[in-house]
Design a protein around this ligand. Sequence first.
Ligand SMILES: [Zn+2]
Length: 101
Amino acid sequence: MDENKPSRNEDEYFVKLDADLIKSQRATLDAERRKAERASHYMRCPKCGAQLTETEFHHIKIDKCSECGGMWFDGGEIRMLEHLDQSNLRAFVRSMFGLKW
Ligand SMILES: [Zn+2]
């Protein structure tokens, strides 16, 4: 047997090692892309892509788009409206939506 020629088992070992390395690098690249994708969307309007700015009224926070005027509540935030009394609720709607009643 030629000692310089790798055995079939060695070939298989290195092929598997390469495949594992590629798989691992692929996972790292995918994770980095997902992270960058999320970072680029953070506090961006899902409709027009402009910057959202947080505004607060009676401890209720809304993310408002600086371009199209769209508004977003964080999860659970809208439920806090239940705790506003009638006059504060009207004031909240007037303030947030720019309505005149
Ligand atoms: Zn927008």
